[in-house]
Design a binder for this molecule. Sequence first.
Ligand code: ATP
Ligand code: MG
Length: 535
Amino acid sequence: ILADHPIVGKLKNHPRDKVAIRHVISGNSYTYGQLSDDIYKWHNILQSKLPSSGNGSRIAIMGENSYQFAVLFFATLMLPKTLAMPLCTNHTSAEIKYQLENSESSTIITPERFVDKVEEFVSPERKLIVFEEFDGNDVEASTSTSESTVSSPSTSDSSTPSGYMLYTSGTSGNPKGVVTPLETYVAQADALTKAWDINSNTAMLQTLPLHHVHGLVIGMTLPLLAGGSVDFLFPFSPKVFVDRITDASLPPINTYTAVPTIYTKLVSYVKQFQSDKEQFEKINSGLHNLHLAMCGSAALPSPLRNDWNKIVGDKVPLLERYGMTETSITLSQPLDPQYRVDGSVGAPVPSVIARLVDPDTSKVIYQSNEKSSHDTEASGELQLAGPVVFKEYWNKPEATSETFTEDGWFRTGDICRADASGNIFILGRASMDIIKSGGEKLSALEIEREILSLEEVDECSVVGVASEEWGQEVAVVAVLSEKGRASNFDLARLKSALKKTLANYKIPKKLLVVESIPRNQMGKVNKKTLVKIFD
Ligand code: ATP
Ligand code: MG
């Protein structure tokens, strides 16, 4: 059963004595042999705790980047008709409640230290399994559980596949549970392994949360399925990151992936050492071990790209890619840096086809697998097809049917354009980033990019506010840099600074300076909420 499993079977085939997972803080490491033995043990434990009819349930796993999380996640994937559902340890009680109730989870698995976060949701229909989190080399300890047993799951839905379920980030509304069957998960891993040449030499540093597709699929799954290694560190700390990549006593880290806000923290931490030549060179040689430094989940601002490139030189330029909970990563810049186009997220990864569809006329503007030339200025909704696309939103049949076209394409809700070589540029979400002003459709992301290149601004978010004259007008919420604060940067100066780069109708009409911009776990801004500060 272990050997035949499409995911766990791959883990079992790797050399038993090779290190699969390392904990950065403690330095403990775990081999593939231990990993597959523990997955098997936990699979048996879970099975004994679930009644024989106990299939067709959602099992919520609360945990942070650790060997134990990986064991429990993979063990849960082996249960028939069961979805493994990682929970976010930083979510509020209301957010956790929403996910447990919406998913009708039968079981919560958690280490002792997070019991207080989930205890209140335990009921006769929803049991708790507490595992002992340990950071020693005592593998036996990982298999101990509390006395509680699991009752029949609330629903025993025969159509439920095995696989994983993650909730979307909830940037544009209530998070939706995305059902990803095992075969879709395997297709996602295969596509990205090929796109980025992930292999048994891949040594990933994983600093992202595991309740999100970015950390779960890229950070954890890809290196393990390929027989490489994962170093777990959470939460991200620039100091510990730098300590790890410069630690010559450990195998070098060669692969990293993160969101723009993490790269911002990293760049500003590293910059402090610019005057300390010796330390700076040491950090740089650590960074130069990275074959692949990827960025995604939100647009990569060009000043950040430039700052990063200034620090690490042109040896390790950031690779930007685009993805969603519903599909994992579907568009990526190419591996070879010389073919990357700044500001574009690249082209479809293997097995994925992308097309752009005019939202008003439903006309196909561009399709990635067709050779004919297209209008490179026209923008349209990005739609995707391929084996990596999810099957359904949990318990939301209407949302599911709205998100697929009649001919079976997945509607991403993101508006894009494609250049003549097929490089795709994300202009933003149709629902929040496309501002309709005086008959024009403006991209908030494009305007943000220009504002962020000003030295006076550290962070910004561009929204459309209602205007009688224009329908909507461009407004900016910004966090000023030290320089901006010292020079009393204001709307008049913003307007004159942008005149050089933006057409008149794209220039913001309003500016609100704030201390910080509210962001969710993945560093994303809910603009539907943010725009209310202009009311
Ligand atoms: P919800 O669907 O609940 O509103 P969400 O869409 O933010 O939340 P995710 O699945 O985490 O949830 O994020 C996918 C979205 O993130 C994409 O649809 C896109 O808008 C944005 N995104 C991802 N990568 C990039 C990128 N490189 N550049 C710009 N936007 C990106
Ligand atoms: Mg979404």
